[in-house]
Design a protein around this ligand. Structure first.
Ligand code: FAD
Length: 380
């Protein structure tokens, strides 16, 4: 086993860290206030290969792979977790097109995503419930050479900052009756719904999409009819959960840095509070959560790059890292005393950001179902 990073990965981390520390902080106040993603960052991110990190170079990508993607998103997230939240769903769109798109679809759509024209969208969740994917109600009916879509999608990342969306809709009965479509935002009958006002990850746009007799050309079917469930689930497992793990890693890194800084600067009883044993226990807990989450997250990236299945590993990394980010942010707030609940200190935002990661990409309860299945299969 090799737990070291390659020189290329170390350099990538350093380059992204420098970029993030320079470019993102000046935009964070506006992101927090308006809840908008800073689209002006996209051309620079495109040049650095961030937007096409897992895309084949033949279609304008950097082709660096999944571990590189996790490192990139983690480093961006150390500065501002809303940025990798938006980019992780963008990555899911590039992944879906790369795996299930035909050559024409890849040529038409991937360069739009890697060049920074807009961010990618994968719309699975219906208002009827995100966990019950097979029960979704958004429908698509084939009429001549067009599909007619009806229904709504909610909690969709990048909904209002994208020019086209990958939408899962029902073309038949049950889980086998779902299909994936590439829907242009200007398609007749497609509409943007409300933008959500989230408590955290505010700079990542989340909103609704609505379809009323929306016309989608038959050639915009992604993969085969009936493959929608597989596309949605595999995209979540291989890209969405590793992406959300990276967002949580970013939060954990930032939580640890803020907690240590405050504990070393704040004095009580004539010495820094970092000398108090209970404060050290908090610091040790946060550090442990970060290190364990990193090992779980990097393992998933490495396994994906080896072409291995990661169903259980990705659910474990995601659910552990997101819960760890929330409990560690709570501990960092305790270390800050009353300063922890003042807007001037970032730890309150980090807790809000961490809470938002928990349902996104699949809830903790759904991850437990995957993990229980794995437990019974390895023990049985
Ligand atoms: C910031 C953010 C970004 C998001 N981005 C996207 C996106 O880009 N695309 C997209 O399609 N969706 C997106 N989502 C939606 C997200 O995937 C869903 O919210 C999530 O899957 C949960 O669905 P729900 O909110 O409808 O809750 P429900 O599915 O209604 O669940 C409610 C509760 O019941 C529990 N539950 C459900 N089923 C079971 C079960 N079988 N056993 C035990 N407990 C169960 C859940 O765990 C939860 O506690 C995003 C959500 C957030 C918060």
């Amino acid at each position: 086993m090799d737990f070291g990073f390659s020189e290329r990965e170390d350099l990538l981390r350093k380059t992204i860290r420098e970029y993030a520390e320079k470019e993102i902080p000046p935009r964070m106040k506006a992101m927090e206030e308006t809840g908008s993603f800073p689209k002006d960052l996209l051309p620079g991110m495109a040049k650095m290969g961030i937007l096409g990190v897992i895309v084949d170079p033949a279609y304008g990508g950097a082709g660096l792979g999944h571990l590189a993607r996790i490192i990139m998103l983690e480093e961006l997230g150390r500065v501002c977790p809303a940025i990798p939240m938006a980019l992780q769903v963008h990555g899911m769109a590039t992944y879906a097109l790369g795996i299930w798109g035909n050559d024409d679809q890849k040529k038409r759509h991937l360069p739009r995503l890697t060049s920074g024209e807009g961010l990618g969208v994968v719309a699975v969740t219906d208002p009827s419930g995100g966990s019950d994917v097979a029960g979704m109600q958004t429908s698509a009916r084939l009429e001549g050479d067009k599909y007619i879509l009806n229904g709504r999608k909610c909690f969709i990342t990048n909904s209002h900052v994208s020019d086209f969306w990958i939408v899962i809709a029902r073309t038949g009965e049950g889980g086998k009756g779902l299909s994936a479509f590439i829907v242009d935002k200007d398609a007749p009958g497609a509409e943007l719904g409300r933008e959500e006002n989230k408590v955290g990850l505010r700079g990542a746009n989340t909103g609704e999409l609505a379809f009323t007799n929306c016309e989608v050309a038959r050639e915009n079917l992604l993969g085969e009819e009936g493959q929608g469930m597989g596309i949605a689930i595999q995209d979540i497992v291989n890209c969405g959960r590793p992406g959300m793990t990276s967002v949580a890693l970013g939060i954990l890194g930032s939580v640890l840095a803020e907690a240590v800084k405050f504990a070393q600067e704040r004095t009580a009883y004539g010495k820094p509070i970092s000398k108090l044993q209970q404060i050290q226990v908090y610091l040790a807990d946060i550090y442990s959560d970060l290190e364990i989450a990193r090992l779980l997250g990097y393992r998933v990236g490495w396994m994906l790059d080896q072409g291995m299945r990661v169903d259980a590993e990705s659910a474990l990394a995601k659910s552990f890292a997101c819960e760890a980010a929330a409990r560690s942010a709570r501990k960092a707030i305790e270390i800050h005393g009353s300063y922890g609940v003042m807007h001037e200190y970032p730890v309150q935002r980090l807790l809000r950001d961490a809470l938002v990661t928990i349902p996104a990409g699949g809830t903790a309860e759904i991850a437990k179902i995957v993990l229980a299945r794995q437990a019974m299969s390895v023990a049985g």
